[in-house]
Design a protein around this ligand. Structure first.
Ligand code: OGA
Ligand code: MN
Length: 276
């Protein structure tokens, strides 16, 4: 019972709902003209990209291969309507497949499912951003899961942008979907990182100032995605309904999916978060 009350407390003091607030101001233009200049400089782009990614993704991104041509090679987890999105992809949207093992996935599920099972899936979301979901926030985990959460945090966040203690756990039922939205710039900082449990799914990022530019990202079961900076600010993100869940023209069956998501807080003085 104490556990239940504690969890209820989390839920009602929860900030996860407000993190999804739609934002209609403070949009920065996508830096496409800059990208075009870089593309014109040919392989220089790749050098810039490598320098950036080494800085932000030292542990994993080094393994991504770039072929030295003007158009960067897209990571296999990404498909885009235009290579103009490539810079965002390579710098700001990373997926690490098999970030957790099957055993670790079970451990996480064993801890979150008993609480989730008490909630009903909701179809009337307060801001209409999400359908067929139940969710909670959790700040304490058993020892084994604390290790996993710490690994997630160490991988996705640097010292400057440390994540909040509260981990958002979102359970989307088979017929559920997350509609296009941008997480609140008032409550959420520059990085959002999530592990997908139970199912593969497709996340679509759409450029806010040009709806024709989109990136589809294959989120495999047990993968970790790290969405930051431009991917987080200049694009909406959504999880496609099973009926529309296609990646490179192949259907990706989305069953029930639970995501375990960490976010950081906005940094005081960050231009992106002014007047929000
Ligand atoms: C959200 C969201 C993505 C996910 O809750 O705002 O976008 O991976 N979730 O579940
Ligand atoms: Mn979101």
């Amino acid at each position: 019972m104490a556990y239940f009350l504690k969890e209820l407390g989390h839920r009602f003091s929860s900030s996860c709902k407000i993190t999804r607030l739609h934002q209609h101001k403070n949009f920065r233009c996508c830096p496409f003209p800059q990208l075009q200049t870089k593309v014109a400089r040919g392989s220089q782009l790749c050098h810039n990209v490598m320098a950036n990614t080494n800085q932000f993704f030292p542990k994993s991104y080094n393994n991504q291969s770039l072929n030295g041509s003007a158009v960067p090679t897209l990571p296999s987890y990404a498909d885009t309507s235009s290579h103009i999105c490539a810079e965002t992809l390579i710098n700001d949207m990373l997926v690490i497949n098999d970030f957790i093992s099957e055993t670790e996935e079970k451990l996480l599920l064993e801890e979150v499912e008993p609480y989730m099972a008490r909630l009903r899936y909701e179809y009337t979301h307060w801001d209409d951003a999400i359908l067929g979901y139940r969710e909670t926030e959790r700040s304490t985990w058993n020892a084994a899961n604390t290790k996993i959460i710490n690994r997630l945090k160490d991988t996705a966040f640097d010292n400057v942008s440390s994540p909040t203690n509260y981990v958002h756990v979102l359970d989307l039922e088979e017929n559920g979907e997350i509609k296009p939205h941008k997480d609140s710039i008032r409550y959420c900082g520059n990085t959002i990182a999530g592990i997908s449990l139970l199912s593969d799914s497709v996340m679509r990022l759409v450029a806010i100032d040009n709806k024709e530019l989109f990136i589809d990202v294959l989120l495999k079961q047990r993968s970790l995605y790290i969405m930051r900076q431009s991917a987080r600010y200049d694009y909406t993100h959504e999880i496609l309904h099973n009926d529309k869940s296609y990646f490179k023209e192949k259907h990706v069956k989305k069953g029930r999916r639970i995501s375990v998501i960490c976010r950081n807080s906005p940094v005081v003085g960050d231009e992106r978060h002014k007047d929000s």
